[in-house]
Design a protein around this ligand. Structure first.
Ligand SMILES: [Zn+2]
Length: 105
């Protein structure tokens, strides 16, 4: 059992915020915080479930999430060194990308 994997790190603007990411309620709070922060900084970093994501504002309405194939919202999440992009919901989904290690670059 790991408690670390249930915590999200949001880096951007003035520093790093550590938030729980375990329950659907936790992830709703996390999503709202990321959305709020993304309105103030061009890009931010979201570390969640052992994966480090770069979150940026989307400019193209034609972008689709490579995981769930839904049209991307106004935020685009990408892993370092990976051209695939995911929506914020997929980025926060537990277990989906668990094979990647935190801090990989
Ligand atoms: Zn998705």
């Amino acid at each position: 059992m790991s408690y670390v994997s249930n915590v999200a790190h949001v880096e951007g603007g003035s520093g790093t915020l550590v938030m729980p990411a375990h329950s659907p309620y936790d992830r709703q709070m996390l999503r709202e915080h990321v959305n709020m922060l993304a309105g103030r900084v061009p890009t931010l970093t979201l570390g969640v479930h052992g994966v480090r994501w770069t979150v940026s504002r989307g400019h193209s309405t034609n972008s689709h999430c490579t995981t769930c194939t839904q049209t991307m919202g106004r935020l685009i999440c990408s892993r370092n060194g990976d051209v695939d992009t995911s929506c914020l919901d997929c980025a926060m989904r537990p277990g989906h990308h668990a094979r990647e290690k935190w801090g990989n670059s």
